[in-house]
Write a protein that binds this ligand. Sequence first.
Ligand code: S3P
Length: 171
Amino acid sequence: MKKNNIILIGFMGIGKGTTARAYAEKYKCFIIDTDDLIESKENQKIKNIFDEKGEKYFRKLEQECADWIVSSVDNTFISCGGGFYNVKNLNKLGTVILLDASYDWIYNRLSTAENSKAKLKKRPLFSEPKKAKKLYKEREKAYKKIADVIIDVENRDMKSIIKEIHKHSYI
Ligand code: S3P
């Protein structure tokens, strides 16, 4: 059975964390983030996990995190890393909401952000824009296929984005 969590997915840099925080502020709820959960479990930053143990190991941690959510978390807003959509039980975790936008809009958002250097640095798969674009193209269809709800966020204001998420949620 599907759980009553909101599972926020989408490509790196699309603004999942920002959206989750805006949602928490408006609707007075706590939020969790799969990257934060993994970092605390490993006591290590994502970038270092990739550098020292490799992507395959990180993906295994994402699956462990998904399994923990299925067994132990409900009624919670969960913001997910960009590759988390690929865990085998995603649809069991809750209502899957995809934030969607073009690659160029995402790249522009990240590279013009105030702390853009840090934002790019902490994302090992965004270190080369060409590779990131390729990854975006590879994932584009799969994201849409797995999502219960797709929200186009390109040039859209945050208030209306979180209002739309709220329509699909009891949180
Ligand atoms: C990844 C996205 C990152 C993080 C890791 C891998 C991906 O999260 O989980 O670097 O595969 O797209 P964000 O989407 O929060 O950047």
